[in-house]
Ligand binder design. Structure first.
Ligand code: BES
Ligand code: MN
Ligand code: ZN
Length: 498
């Protein structure tokens, strides 16, 4: 799909479909009014008949509207004008794209970016429209023997903007959106792939591919024997149970100043989580192929930043391992020594994410990071706490937490901060080792973050628990590509600040 921005009079354009909004109740947007004027009241007559109330999400496709050059006009309901906000705007954009695909239009002009969206500027409106379109057009068909037959004639979407002076801003917004969408699609692809295909070695190959594709991009892989020799006992305690060798995958995108400290992302890359000896129940266990969703989002943001060619230093480290029960697997009660030297009593082998992450979090000290953000499908408890809207966020630094919250707000890829107070650390007490890997039922997401915080004292750090936001279950089972928009926005905000 190609996207363009254009200024001028949308009603005079030749196009397959012109998209204009109608507010509740029956209030034409300025662009719908223009079409109404040139068509001598055709739109208002239809609205008067009761076919378009302007209710949020309602659509009506019209053909041969008098005196226009467009083959179709798509009226879309926007709901109450004073309630039209960022989230409604994005939903309308996705809805319209899906509808257009079912028409015969090969190109379309959207007037939606001309609407007033509470608190948002033109750049935001264009970027969000393009990202919403790509997000809703995504298909995962890699593993189907026959690709879907849906005729997809729609090739080109032009977003109308107020004036020529906004063109540069609009074009920049499209460029950024395409980069972020391509990162997000990579995240979805990797996360949707099953455990028998997407194992640690596969992820390592994909990292090397990115390094070959982009400038200023390096990949460096540590294999399980190196990790063992190095002393990453927590990581190895998980990967040793699998025939698939674990990998620590380091991607380095260095396009900033040489002396600029990097942003470091660390992703949980458990390519399948059976729970190990503390084995999971069978129901929905297939969804544990998504347990590398954090890693997939690190791949996604690395691709996005390289596509945008942002002048910044970013490191993406993925702790890739498979959690299996076997004769080599760790037992409940085993004590291991982490790369940091701290000892851990493994009380539950299903709390494996924190074990692979803690060694990665120690390893990345060598990059002398400015900030570190780890991304992990870490706890089922975060779904109980926050559902599927917000990712959980814990941090040891208020400035960083604020930085993440404002990027989350801007992209609507939202987070909610939770505490990691000292009192919560009690839950990890061990009688035999420095601490355990298991906090008990209460505040499970917080005690998991407390565990990680014992390895992140040397830098500014935040943890994102994405177990509730990385994928959808049920009929729409599949990866969401979150939090790639959020992570990309953090980088964009940093670049724009200097
Ligand atoms: N990958 C899971 C977390 C998870 C579970 C994500 C269900 C999404 C849905 C993680 O490795 C895990 O098993 N966590 C345990 C931790 C517990 C043993 C302390 C959990 O959440 O039950
Ligand atoms: Mn687990
Ligand atoms: Zn897991």
């Amino acid at each position: 799909m190609e996207f363009f921005v254009k200024s001028g009079s949308p009603e005079k354009q030749k196009t397959g479909c012109l998209i204009v909004g109608v507010f509740e109740s029956r209030k034409l947007s300025a662009q719908a009014q223009q079409i109404d004027d040139i068509s001598e009241g055709y739109i208002s007559s239809i609205v008067r008949r009761g076919d378009m109330e302007g209710k949020f999400g309602q659509t009506l496709l019209l053909h041969s509207v008098p005196n226009t050059n467009c083959e179709r006009v798509l009226l879309v309901g926007l709901g109450k004008e004073r309630e039209f906000d960022a989230s409604k705007y994005k939903k309308v954009c996705s809805k319209v794209i899906k509808m257009l695909h079912e028409t015969g239009s090969t190109d379309a002009i959207s007037c939606l970016a001309l609407l007033n969206v509470k608190g948002q500027d033109l750049y935001w409106k264009v970027r969000s429209a393009v990202e919403a379109a790509n997000d809703s057009l995504y298909l995962f068909e890699e593993l189907k023997s026959k690709k879907s037959e849906t005729r997809r004639p729609l090739r080109k979407i032009t977003l109308f903007i107020e004036s020529r002076s906004e063109l540069t801003q609009g074009e920049q917004a499209i460029e950024h959106a395409l980069a972020i969408s391509s990162g997000q699609s990579l995240t979805k692809d990797l996360a949707n792939l099953p455990g028998n295909i997407c194992h640690p070695t596969y992820l390592a190959q994909r990292a090397e591919q990115l390094a070959q594709t982009y400038n200023n991009f390096n990949a460096h892989i540590l294999d399980e024997s190196e990790l063992k020799a190095m002393g990453a006992g927590a990581f190895v305690s998980v990967s040793q149970g699998s025939d698939q060798p674990g990998k620590l995958i380091c991607m380095e995108y260095m396009a900033g100043q040489q002396d600029e400290k990097p942003v470091v992302f660390v992703g949980k890359g458990v390519t399948f989580d059976t729970g190990g000896i503390s084995i999971k129940p069978s129901a929905s266990m297939d969804e544990m192929k998504f347990d590398m969703g954090g890693a997939a989002s690190v791949f996604g943001v690395m691709k996005a930043v390289a596509e945008m060619k942002l002048p910044i230093n970013v490191i993406g480290v993925v702790a890739a391992a498979e959690n299996m029960p076997s004769g080599n697997a760790s037992r409940p009660g085993d004590v291991v020594t982490s790369l940091s030297g701290q000892t851990i009593e493994i009380l539950n082998t299903d709390a494996e994410g924190r074990l692979v992450l803690c060694d990665a979090l120690t390893y990345i000290e060598k990059y002398d990071p400015d900030i570190v953000i780890d991304v992990a499908t870490l706890t089922g408890a975060i779904i109980i706490a926050l559902g599927h809207e917000a990712s959980g966020m814990m941090s040891n630094h208020n400035g960083l937490a604020n930085e993440i919250e404002s990027a989350a707000e801007a992209t609507h890829d939202r987070v909610w901060r939770m505490p990691i107070w000292d009192e919560y650390h009690q839950a990890l007490k061990s009688n035999v080792a420095d601490f355990t890997n298991l906090g008990g039922r209460a505040a499970g997401s917080i005690t998991a973050a407390c565990f990680l915080s014992k390895f992140t004292k040397k830098y500014r750090w935040a943890h994102l628990d994405i177990a509730g936001t990385a994928w959808n279950s049920g009929a729409k089972k599949g990866a969401t590509g979150r939090p790639v928009p959020l992570l990309s926005q953090i980088l964009l905000n940093r670049v724009n600040k200097v």
